[in-house]
Ligand binder design. Structure first.
Ligand SMILES: Cc1cc2nc3c(=O)[nH]c(=O)nc-3n(C[C@H](O)[C@H](O)[C@H](O)COP(=O)(O)OP(=O)(O)OC[C@H]3O[C@@H](n4cnc5c(N)ncnc54)[C@H](O)[C@@H]3O)c2cc1C
Length: 454
């Protein structure tokens, strides 16, 4: 019998650097966390496995910001401000930002160009003196006792390296760093499945006049095609919408499952491999159908993104888990650090189910408590973004970009303030954090007037 494990000899690992704040993952949460920590004067390093920033927003071809806005008593407001506004302004200056558009007639989203997002994010981080390390995969931690992370271990083209920090912020989306440090977490729906992933893609060569508002007619055309037996689609509720240039449309159409019908698990290499290949196959199938839609006859696939879009894997358990009820009830929290205006958006088998707070009777957004960012059991770690402390239902809403920017900005600011006071993030006086965030233009709910405009 062969052993199922290999013993790796112990070795000395070179230290890449020693920082005050180290952020793992350069998605919306990581971008905002890094800028926030550096803006407070902290020596900050952002580590990203790819060669560009944006997370799922670029690497998985999402190309659309949700959760920046809320439907406040029937009126649209952009409730996520702060660092997100700085990034949006830079994308806009590059000509890469759409005007906000209505989704389901109830809420706004805002499409962007991925190339502009990547360049704008580089520029934003440079402007705030954030050090970046691209092409570095976080691979483990070395602890100092049970509660403190001593170093984050990286795999790079130069081999294995280590990075030390006073405070680490896990913005990996998958809670990698928190899990390696031993933080308690949940995975998906805790019953073997999770929000289903999708392979996004974009089409070019569309005739905008002929296509018109095709996003309204495509669902009915899909039903007809299924009834006629010409096509079978893995999910209803496909989203096919124009980008800034109206000849280019994004396609959010696919749903990736294992053989037993549960969602592809973004933590399992074999699942990811199957998901990438099936995802491209589904994209081709969707494209063949879309070419039958008026205006799409001459379209072609201009982009299949670098990776499958993963919506949910680990959710770290922190001082509070934001729930689906909190989203639907527009919950308030004493320790609010930002807000989420996106509804519950559950990607279940074969469908996508939206649940909104009452419109127009409610204020349409919930507050995000600071406790969501503080994992149990580890003293020098914060977690922000889609792997923060939320239930499966709560995460279906607050996983989108808007709330991730808000959580990231709060986590980076909290790290800097905690370092100032030589305290752990858990010991930080929340009122100080809230005051600082408000000074930086963040809307945290509570007693503030809702920001005007979209
Ligand atoms: C198909 C799909 C469609 C979506 N549609 C929308 C939409 O229209 N609008 C919207 O706002 N949101 C949408 N979302 C959700 C949104 O994109 C994500 O939830 C959001 O990007 C999460 O941000 P984050 O910063 O927490 O994590 P992520 O965006 O996942 O970023 C994590 C980053 O960490 C890096 N990373 C991960 N692990 C490591 C490691 N070990 N070492 C180094 N780097 C690592 C990754 O490469 C990535 O850059 C969609 C998601 C999917 C999958």
């Amino acid at each position: 019998m062969f052993s199922q494990t290999i013993e790796e000899p112990a070795r000395q690992v070179p230290l890449y650097g020693e920082y005050e704040a180290v952020i793992l993952g350069g998605g919306p949460a990581g971008i905002a966390a890094a800028v926030a920590a550096a803006r407070c004067g902290r020596r900050t390093l952002l580590i990203e496995r790819y060669g560009f920033l944006g997370g799922m927003g670029t690497a998985a071809g999402v190309t659309n910001f949700c959760g920046l806005h809320a439907n406040v008593f029937g009126e649209m407001h952009r409730v996520v401000q702060g660092i997100a506004s700085e990034l949006l302004a830079r994308i806009d200056r590059l000509g890469g930002l759409n005007a906000p558009h209505l989704i389901l007639g109830k809420i706004l989203a805002q499409a962007y160009d991925t190339a502009a997002y990547k360049i704008a994010a580089d520029d934003l981080l440079a402007a705030h003196n954030v050090d970046i390390l691209f092409h570095a995969l976080g691979a483990g931690v070395v602890m100092h006792g049970a509660r403190r992370i001593n170093a984050l271990m990286l795999e790079t083209k130069a081999g294995r390296q280590a990075v030390r920090a006073g405070i680490f912020i896990d913005c990996s989306g998958d809670g990698d760093l928190a899990a390696w440090a031993g933080a308690r977490h949940e995975v998906g729906d805790n019953a073997g499945s999770m929000l289903y992933p999708s392979m996004m893609f974009r089409l070019n060569g569309i005739d905008p006049e002929k296509a018109g508002d095709a996003w309204r007619t495509i669902p009915a055309l899909m039903e007809q095609a299924e009834a006629a037996g010409t096509h079978h689609f893995p999910r209803k509720a496909a989203i096919v919408r124009p980008q800034r240039s109206q000849i280019e449309w994004r396609v959010n159409f696919t749903q990736l499952a294992r053989e037993d019908g549960t969602a592809i698990n973004g933590l399992e290499p074999d699942d990811l491999t199957r998901g990438e290949i099936d995802g491209r196959r589904q994209a081709l199938h969707a494209f063949n159908f879309l070419r039958t839609v008026p205006g799409f006859e001459k379209s072609y696939v201009v982009d299949l993104p670098p990776q499958l879009g993963i919506r949910e894997t680990r959710r770290v358990v922190g001082g509070y888990m934001l729930s689906g009820e909190d989203v639907l009830d527009c919950a308030r929290f004493e320790d609010s650090i930002g807000v989420n205006g996106w509804p519950m958006e559950s990607h279940v088998a074969g469908d996508v189910i939206f649940k909104f707070p009452p419109i127009p009777q409610s204020r349409g957004f919930n507050e995000l408590p600071y406790r969501m960012l503080i994992p149990e059991g580890i003293d020098n770690l914060l977690v922000a973004g889609r792997c923060a402390s939320m239930t499966h239902d709560g995460q279906s809403a607050a996983r989108v970009s808007g709330a991730c920017f808000a959580m990231g900005e709060a986590a980076g600011t909290a790290a800097a303030l905690a370092l100032d006071g030589n305290a752990s993030p858990r010991e930080l006086a929340v009122a100080r954090l809230q005051a600082r965030l408000k000074e930086e233009g963040v809307f945290i709910g509570r007693d503030q007037p809702v920001p005007e405009g979209v």
